[in-house]
Design a binder for this molecule. Structure first.
Ligand SMILES: NC(=O)c1ccc[n+]([C@@H]2O[C@H](COP(=O)([O-])OP(=O)(O)OC[C@H]3O[C@@H](n4cnc5c(N)ncnc54)[C@H](O)[C@@H]3O)[C@@H](O)[C@H]2O)c1
Length: 468
């Protein structure tokens, strides 16, 4: 499903006109299909000297059965195994016809500003050979962990590189930076797989941080959430409905929650995905307790909690009455805090391996005229994620947030055409995202092997031009 403009410029006449008028030329993004490989095409992997993530990345690619070309040392080629590189080792004489679907560069060895030239050496001859919906991924370290200021400086510089490369890429290709804390290279897999795959279609220019986490035993890649219980608030429609569908696809039993007035819609959604329904207003004084009792009585626990329910009540501040101020904060922030407090107060209800994923918003990062109330609540969600991360880590659990940009839902369809078209086009992919794009990002953060991701805020905004 794409918008009418995207369809128009993807036919020959519309494309010709758009090209000649210098108008945006969004392409239909490749999205994940059941049974499709991790990445449909060849991946080139390289590293700056002294890198520590190349072997881990090579192992992930080899396990996923990706076709890999390498510009790496023997040790890493060995990790790839003979089968995966039999199509040849890439070198500077690679035929110009060679194209890649993924470019992965281990930049953890970069320790000074002059070392940054390694980025240019790897990407300059290859970036134009990245295919449609291709993936550019840089693996970096944590600046705060570097013992020398020069190394911290160079590692921080990687963000500018990735964000600019994302803005140069065309035809649905994306760029990301994965920062891997020293000693946690083995936790890289879930993030590398997500960013390489079409599941991250509408995510670009992001920095994901991978750190400590509990050991993960065997994960069923087709159904990573099999046997797990997931609570999704606001599940009767829009983004929440897509989250419920994707988590159920990944094997979870989904407990969908929505206001009593939408009970029929909610029941239709959960019936379709084999889940169950709870009708409640999350702002009711007794709601956190009732929700937790339901989860304890019916399932004995909850493994994944997705705080998705949210509302807007737009008005400029001078014209905003108290009720308009209060409601978004009560629903979008206070109710989430109260549910978390109740969950964590009950021993073992959200146990080791538990995942909380919150839906923030680009407004909470960039601000938006007419949304002081909403943006306050959504920035508060980011504050909650950052401040609760150590609390969840102490329980071997995690809390993260996604911040959607312009997503094609009933809410955005009802916007006036001017702001709607601006919202759709002002991002590196020149189009709005789909609810499934937010849902896939949440499924990645909720997966058992995403154990090293804690306290992250990942934008699902096609690299919106607005905000950080
Ligand atoms: N659509 C976008 O472009 C966009 C962008 C950024 C962030 N978001 C966020 O994504 C989330 C989902 O948005 P959507 O576009 O699907 O909106 P939506 O209005 O279609 O869905 C929100 C759901 O939350 C439920 N809900 C609201 N108040 C509730 C309450 N007190 N108790 C229980 N359920 C309640 C609603 O009934 C509804 O089903 C929200 O948090 C929203 O702020 C959306």
């Amino acid at each position: 499903m794409t918008d009418a403009y995207t369809q128009l410029v993807n036919n020959p006449v519309g494309g010709f006109v758009a090209r000649n008028l210098g108008l945006p030329q969004p392409v239909e993004l490749e999205r994940w299909r059941r049974g499709a490989p991790l990445i449909d095409g060849r991946v080139l992997i390289g590293a700056a000297p002294g890198g520590r993530c190349g072997t881990a990345a090579a192992v992930v690619l080899a396990e996923a059965g990706a076709e890999v070309d390498s510009r790496l040392g023997d040790e890493i080629r060995e990790a790839l195994g003979d089968a995966s590189i039999d199509a040849g080792i890439w070198n500077d004489e690679a035929p110009a016809a060679q194209h890649w679907q993924g470019l992965v560069f281990d930049a953890t060895g970069i320790a000074s500003s002059s070392d940054l030239r390694e980025l240019w050496r790897f990407f300059h001859p290859t970036i134009r050979r990245l295919g449609p919906s291709g993936r550019l991924i840089v693996l970096g370290g944590e600046p705060a962990e570097c013992s020398e200021p020069a190394a911290a400086t160079a590692q921080r510089a990687l963000e500018g590189f990735v964000r600019s490369a994302g803005k140069e890429l065309r035809r649905g290709a994306t760029a990301q930076l994965i920062r891997v804390a020293d000693g946690h290279e083995s936790r890289l897999g879930s993030s590398l797989r997500f960013f390489l795959s079409p599941r991250s279609a509408y995510v670009s220019g992001q920095v994901a941080r991978v750190g400590a986490g509990v050991a993960v035993t065997e994960v069923d890649r087709d159904h990573p959430l099999r046997g797990r219980v997931a609570l999704v608030t606001g599940a009767s429609r829009g983004i929440g409905e897509a989250i419920a569908e994707v988590l159920a696809r990944d094997g979870a039993h989904v407990v969908g929650l929505d206001v009593p007035a939408l009970r029929a819609d909610l029941e239709a959604v959960v019936a379709r995905i084999g889940g169950s329904a709870v009708a409640a207003d999350i702002t009711d004084a007794g709601a956190p307790r009732a929700i937790c009792e339901h989860l304890a009585d019916e399932h004995g626990r909850v493994d994944v909690v997705v705080h998705n329910a949210g509302v807007t009540r737009d008005k400029t501040l001078g014209g905003m009455d108290e009720e308009r101020w209060e409601l978004p904060i009560a629903i979008n922030l206070t109710a989430e805090e109260r549910i978390n407090d109740e969950l964590l107060a009950r021993d073992g209800l959200l146990g080791a391996g538990g995942r909380i994923v919150c839906v923030s918003s680009m407004s909470g990062i960039a601000g938006n005229a007419g949304q002081t109330n909403y943006a306050t609540s959504k920035a508060g969600v980011i504050g909650m994620v950052e401040s609760m991360a150590p609390v969840l880590a102490a329980r071997d659990a995690t809390i993260n947030a996604v911040a959607p940009g312009f997503i094609e839902t009933a809410m955005t369809a009802a916007m006036p055409i001017g702001p709607r078209e601006a919202g759709r086009r002002m991002n590196s992919l020149s189009q709005g995202g789909l609810p499934v794009d937010v849902a896939e990002t949440i499924a990645w953060l909720a997966a058992p092997d995403s154990t090293g991701l804690n306290g992250n805020v990942i934008r699902v905004c096609g690299q919106s031009l607005i905000g950080a």
